[in-house]
Ligand binder design. Structure first.
Ligand code: ADP
Ligand code: MG
Length: 609
């Protein structure tokens, strides 16, 4: 027998399609807040959002006579007809979210527009209106969703643990905070404030707020534009990497996406700067005109297709390289300042504190949140917060504010390549470190790491170039290989020739080297060859770029010995050679060649500032 479902059942089924998990609710509500022009958004959840979700904003609010309409299916203020679909600029436009959410929870709306003195309250449970009343509340909208899926037990069973649900909500809110640095976004989980961004539009600072200032301190900011694609980025230098891509976040036109294409651009930028299996930290914000990509290839919209993938790869790669070639990429020697000290220092200078964070408005934001909390709680006797809880939350806000003060301030510019010609040489210490300076900074070079980098790049340049610079040997070098390696001779012999060695067979398993690359000393060549030939047996095809890089990196290390004292001329030569390197700031293994201490670091140490 075919039956028509009653309205309430049909609504629940439809709701299930929009709302799968607490995350879906948070997403819809936050997107509505952004569409409403909010400058502040607070998201609060309890028990992973299963028992309680609150989203408060200071957006345009909903007029009293429109509140009920907002909860009707296909009710939206964002499109009027089908033609509008093409020119839609808002985030959500199906007009289904509120209807769906209200059908499967106990929903409470508190809202006020700027134009009216009083706001409105509406309580809906399982799609039924329970209460509507005028109420005093601040401008903007608060939505409280309690007991999600209370009337659809089957759905409830599919919920994951509290922590799994909350972590996906937190991750989403974090991404939104990064995408909208000019909106103040606060995240509260089980009564604890996890973060509060300051809404000043500074992405570097927002990253510091959302992750840690220690991590953010290590990031190099840059902005790069080419072929109509703009990349704003915060990336780690070669000295800082992770074992997974977890710290790589990409936004394209404000939306978080996963992208193999962007990853490729990153890989190319770091190819000779990091070991295999290590990943840089990268926050990339890419702006590209919407006609150059397809965002509808996957329903979750985390995937996009770029029509010109090479342009994206190249712009990402070049942008990152400008950052990695700048002075900022030189790691700083820093005293580990406890955040507490930092606040103490700044207390002497109240103006600085005010500049760093707008405490008053943060607190007034809190007051406002508290106000709207109060109005919610006053209606609901079960959850009235005790005085103590309010005090505790206030304490948390203070901590959040103090954290904010200690965050580094970033300025994003197009980075300039490091100017080697402005370096003054001061001398060499411990037979290992060279000290230099320019106007504002003292540098130390690890001469061994630098030499390794130069050796490696000269070798690889020669390998790639058709012109070889060789020097004949008076006494040839000879070496032997295994039978297996002899069999594979065609694989590696040409590699050595391309690097600038001339060699011929000399007995069944021996080779004789009569010429070596111009830039190598005899002993370097010997050590290089012996390490190189040791390595060739372990790989299938050493002409493969990655493999070759690996073998050469290792062999360069073997060849370059920690040398002793250098003359001033030799130091000058080392610096000129480094300047010619593609990647002067780290050895092929990713160790830094340079570290620096700035004048202001020194002044801080001597307590001058
Ligand atoms: P949609 O966002 O697709 O229009 P929703 O069901 O999410 O549909 O919301 C319905 C309507 O309610 C919106 O079009 C908007 O007019 C109003 N609305 C929802 N949330 C807010 C908010 N936070 N501030 C102001 N208006 C809102
Ligand atoms: Mg919506």
């Amino acid at each position: 027998m075919i039956r028509i479902l009653d309205k309430s059942t049909a609504d629940k089924i439809a709701a299930g399609e929009v709302v799968e998990r607490p995350l879906s609710v948070v997403k819809e509500l936050v997107e509505n807040s952004i569409d409403a022009g909010a400058k502040k958004i607070a998201v609060e959840i309890k028990n992973g959002g299963k028992s309680y979700i609150r989203v408060t904003d200071d957006g345009c609010g909903i007029a009293a006579d429109e509140c009920e309409k907002a909860f009707m299916r296909h009710a939206t203020s964002k499109i009027i007809n089908a033609e509008d679909l093409n020119s839609i600029s808002t985030l959500g436009f199906r007009g289904e979210a509120l209807a769906s959410i209200a059908a499967i929870s106990r929903t409470e709306l508190l809202t006020k527009t700027r134009e009216t003195k009083t706001g409105s309250k509406l309580i809906i449970e399982g799609g039924q209106i329970i209460e509507r009343a005028p109420i005093g509340c601040p401008d903007g909208t608060t939505m409280v969703i309690r007991d999600l899926f209370f009337n659809t037990p089957a759905r409830l069973k599919f919920m994951r643990t509290d922590s799994a649900e909350s972590s996906s909500v937190i991750e989403f809110v974090t991404d939104i905070a990064l995408a909208y640095p000019d909106i103040r976004i606060q995240m509260i989980n089980n009564d604890k404030i996890l973060f509060a961004t300051n809404g000043r539009g500074n992405r570097g600072q927002t990253i510091a707020t959302l992750t840690s200032s220690i991590l953010a301190d290590k990031l190099i900011p840059f902005i790069y534009e080419e072929e109509g694609i703009t990349v704003e980025g915060y990336v780690s230098g070669p000295g800082e990497s992770r074992s997974s891509r977890k710290n790589q976040v990409f936004f394209v036109n404000g939306r978080v996406i996963d992208s193999k294409v962007i990853e490729k651009g990153i890989n190319r930028a770091y190819s000779d700067r990091l070991f295999e299996g290590r990943f840089p930290i990268c926050y990339l914000f890419i702006t590209v005109s919407p006609e150059r990509m397809d965002v509808n290839i996957h329903p979750n919209k985390r995937q996009v297709r770029f029509y010109d993938e090479d342009a994206i790869i190249n712009t990402v790669r070049k942008g990152i390289i400008t950052a990695l070639d700048s002075e900022e990429a030189v790691p700083t020697i820093k005293e580990k300042l406890k955040p507490y000290n930092k606040i103490e220092n700044k207390k002497d200078n109240p103006k600085e504190v005010r500049d760093a964070v707008d405490i008053n408005s943060l607190l007034s934001n809190y007051e406002q949140t508290k106000e709207s909390n109060k109005t919610i709680f006053e209606q609901n006797t079960v959850e009235t917060p005790k005085e103590k809880e309010i005090v505790e939350t206030q304490e948390q806000i203070k901590i959040a504010v103090q954290d904010e003060i200690s965050k580094p301030i970033f300025t994003v510019t197009e980075p300039k390549r490091f100017d080697f010609s402005s370096l003054q040489i001061h001398g060499q210490f411990f037979g290992t470190y060279i000290q230099l300076s320019d106007e504002e900074t003292i540098y130390f070079i690890d001469q061994h790491a630098a030499h390794e980098r130069i050796f490696f790049e000269k070798l690889m340049n020669q390998f790639e170039s058709s012109e070889k610079h060789r020097q004949p040997l008076l006494i040839p070098i000879t070496f032997e290989v295994s039978h297996a390696d002899k069999e594979r001779e065609d694989l590696w012999l040409t590699v050595l020739e391309d690097m600038g060695f001339s060699l011929d067979e000399f007995g069944p398993l021996s080779y004789r080297v009569s010429e070596i690359p111009m830039f190598m000393s005899m002993s370097e060549a010997e050590d290089f060859l012996s390490d190189f030939t040791d390595g060739i047996g372990t790989y299938e095809d050493i002409r493969d770029n990655k493999t070759l890089d690996k073998i050469a990196t290792k062999a360069c290390k073997a060849a370059v010995k920690a040398n002793d004292y250098l003359s001033k001329e030799e130091i000058k030569q080392l610096i000129t050679d480094l300047d010619k390197c593609n990647n002067p700031f780290s050895c092929p293994h990713g160790r830094p060649t340079f570290i620096k201490i700035t004048k202001s670091d020194l002044e801080k140490r001597f307590k001058r500032i």
